[in-house]
Design a protein around this ligand. Structure first.
Ligand SMILES: Cc1cc2nc3c(=O)[nH]c(=O)nc-3n(C[C@H](O)[C@H](O)[C@H](O)COP(=O)(O)OP(=O)(O)OC[C@H]3O[C@@H](n4cnc5c(N)ncnc54)[C@H](O)[C@@H]3O)c2cc1C
Length: 404
């Protein structure tokens, strides 16, 4: 990269945002001989942790960039089964044997450590603490970005033929280009926290507690996922309305925690909700993935809820498709990318769409007891749950073979 007449130039790609998708794209392009800069506004990883499941296609790509043993040191853990607890006791909802039989690999990721490892890759240049504040345009074409350093306040300008927006659900790149996206707020909030994986819990097994009070009690459940180095990440699923009444919130939380003594081991002495990080998610699908000189990927193009564990996997699949096209068929970058990724991303968004629809139904339409009975029943018939899990684990992948 050269500094000339007030601009950083001689670049092929600017990537706005150093999320999982943006960093992988930058590394793949860099290894293919392109000059790439990643502009990331944060100077350090977030100080809170959340569970994230990565499926086999994603993990295979991660292992091609950094050896598996290094990932396993602190960022990725191979998962066994999934246990479900609902007040009637514990059931093995999905066994490790079933996962093995249907050949579905699943890994629990520490999202912060995964990102840090990717940001330290070397085939691209990283500018950290640099926030993109505007796009630079020539007529209708995006030709670069204006940035501000988050500590010094210094402003700079970067020029490149392509600007890639991987800047998350509230993407500045998307808004500055006028790329339309209708968003809806997901009807649940996610309260995240980290904890030490209790010795009494099965190793590498995801634990899910469903609230016997049901979807309309305010707290739907808690998911606890194991992480490397004896750590764990949990997320409580909460209806946002419950925050409006303090007493209701406290009562519901106490009742939920009292429903199973094992929950205490996850929650420990943490106070609810102040010791948790509350995440709200909007979801939608941009009507176009880019314009002249600009492309959107990951959450910037299709933000969604954690339902089905799709978001990070979609972002990585976007990165892979973009890199392949940029290196083999660059004259049709946007068209080919849109053609390859839109249907797969729409498939992944269905989990959020259906979950949002179900959560909006009145309780009499889908009584909690019927829902829990259906889960118990499904756990006994792997021939039914097997295909569903396979579908979830591959929904974000493209179905048509890639020519490269
Ligand atoms: C509770 C929870 C659980 C989840 N579970 C799963 C799961 O199990 N499986 C799964 O696949 N997905 C899961 N997700 C979704 C997943 O985390 C996201 O979809 C994924 O991180 C998107 O990656 P990304 O690279 O597209 O964007 P992001 O990770 O959002 O990265 C965007 C980056 O851009 C930076 N940025 C933003 N604006 C600017 C700017 N103006 N200038 C410079 N930098 C900027 C941000 O700092 C950030 O680093 C979960 C999400 C949550 C909240």
């Amino acid at each position: 990269m050269e500094y000339c007449s007030g601009f950083w130039m001689n670049l092929d790609f600017l990537v706005v945002g150093g999320g999982i998708g943006g960093t992988i794209l930058a590394e793949l392009l860099g290894r293919g001989g392109k000059k790439v800069v990643v502009l990331e506004k944060t100077i350090a990883p977030p100080n809170w942790v959340r569970p994230e499941i990565l499926w086999q296609a994603t993990v295979k790509l991660l292992f091609s960039l950094i050896p598996k043993e290094i990932w396993e040191e602190d960022a990725l853990l191979p998962l066994g089964g999934i246990n479900l607890r609902d007040g009637r006791g514990k059931i093995r909802f999905v066994s490790p044997e079933l996962f093995q039989k249907i050949q579905v690999e699943r890994w629990a990721a520490d999202a912060n450590r995964t990102r840090e490892r990717l940001l330290n890759l070397r085939a691209f240049e990283l500018r950290r603490g640099v926030e993109v504040i505007a796009l630079l345009k020539e007529k209708n074409r995006t030709v670069g970005v204006r940035t501000r350093h988050v500590v010094t306040g210094q402003e700079s300008e970067f020029l490149a033929p392509w600007t890639i927006g991987d800047d998350g659900p509230h993407s500045l790149v998307r808004q500055a280009c006028g790329l339309e996206m209708e968003t809806r707020l997901f009807p649940l909030d996610f309260l995240c926290s980290g904890f030490s994986w209790p010795k009494s819990f099965e190793k590498a097994t995801t634990q899910v507690w469903l609230s016997v009070g049901g979807s309309h009690s305010g707290i739907l459940g808690l998911l606890a996922a194991p992480l490397p180095q004896g750590r764990g990440a949990s997320v409580v699923l909460v209806r946002p309305e419950i925050f409006e009444t303090k007493n209701l919130l406290e009562d519901t939380w106490e009742r939920f925690c009292a429903s199973d003594s094992a929950l205490k081991e996850v929650v420990q002495e943490r106070h609810f909700p102040s010791d948790f990080v509350r995440v709200r998610r909007s979801w939608g699908h941009a009507t176009r993935y880019g314009g002249e000189g600009v492309i959107l990927m990951g959450d910037a193009a299709h933000p969604l809820s954690p339902a089905g564990g799709q978001g990070a996997n979609m972002s990585v699949a976007d990165a892979r498709a973009l890199a392949e096209i940029a290196l083999h068929n660059p004259s049709r970058l946007l068209e080919e990318y849109e053609r390859r990724r839109r249907a797969a991303n729409e498939r992944s968004l269905r989990f959020t769409r259906v979950a949002a629809w179900l959560l909006d139904l009145p309780d009499w339409c889908l009584p909690t007891s019927a829902f829990l009975s259906a889960l118990h029943w499904a756990s006994r018939y792997p021939s039914l749950s097997g295909p569903l899990i396979r579908y979830v684990s591959t929904a974000f992948e493209e179905k048509a073979p890639t020519p490269y």
